[in-house]
Design a protein around this ligand. Structure first.
Ligand code: PGA
Length: 258
């Protein structure tokens, strides 16, 4: 049975703890009904909601964080350490999201440190990579650089644990439901390219086995194309993950994969 990942990135939403609890509960109820065995469903609320949201969840929906800091403790005002995340039940951590690269000046070097911190603390990293410009000249090189810098110093046994997200920056909705996603065929091309880089950096076996999921305006209407035509191992929706019904429909599509 093919395994999929559906990872909801709530970004800086919703506004209150109460709404976050409601959203988590609605998602959990919907996912429970699916009795899915092949889809790992993860939701990534903002830091301040993690603990309470985790109390609502069960095995069927796991808790993820949207970011992490790479030091264990100390004088780092405003940061959240790996052990703090683990302590509130976080199992997955998104690292290298393009919005953090863009608005928070996150560099390949910090992403590399964060990846190492997630792995050291026995959580699963979700590494986001993606080119900035559609059909940009340098896009292939951009992806290659992002991957090789992010993975610098990591062993095969560690890289095997990463979930890769191919998320072209230009396809991210920014909250606009009509924003256009990438074309599944192009996504498949990029998947092959990512696997080639991983083969060069590590080995073919690793490249074939690591999950690569799609992000960027994914929703219940297009997720099917991404897994069938784009051969993706799942999706990382932002906007669509804030709508419980839409998100559950995505899980349903993946559950029904034949
Ligand atoms: P989107 O966000 O689905 O709203 O495009 C995806 C993401 O940025 O993770």
């Amino acid at each position: 049975m093919k395994k999929f990942y559906l990872i909801g990135n709530w970004k800086m939403n919703p506004a209150t703890q109460k709404q976050a609890n409601q959203l988590a509960l609605s998602i959990l109820r919907g996912v429970n009904k699916l009795r899915t065995k092949n889809v790992e469903v993860v939701i990534c609320p903002p830091f301040s909601f993690l603990e309470e949201v985790n109390k609502k969840l069960s095995r069927n929906v796991k808790l993820g964080a949207q970011d992490i800091f790479f030091e264990d403790s100390g004088a780092y005002t405003g940061e959240i350490s790996p052990s703090m995340l683990r302590d509130v039940g976080v199992k997955y951590v998104i690292v290298g999201h393009s919005e953090r690269r863009r608005f928070l000046n996150e560099t390949n070097e910090t992403i590399n440190k964060k990846l190492k911190a997630v792995l050291k603390n026995k959580m699963t990293p979700i590494l986001a990579i993606g080119e900035k410009e559609k059909e940009g000249q340098g896009s292939i090189q951009e992806i290659k650089d992002q991957l090789s810098f992010a993975l610098d110093g990591l062993k095969t046994s560690e890289v095997k644990k990463i979930i890769f997200v191919y998320e072209p920056v230009w396809a991210i909705s920014g909250g606009d439901k009509n924003h256009k996603a990438a074309e599944p065929n192009d996504v498949l091309g990029m998947k092959i390219f990512i696997k080639k880089i991983l083969t060069d950096l590590y080995n073919k076996r690793l490249a074939e086995n690591v999950p690569i999921i799609y992000g960027g305006s994914s929703n219940a209407s297009n997720v099917k194309e991404f897994v069938y035509d784009g051969e993706m191992d799942g999706a990382l929706p932002g906007s669509a993950s804030l709508d419980a019904e839409e998100f559950i429909k995505m899980a349903q599509v993946l559950t029904g994969y034949k």
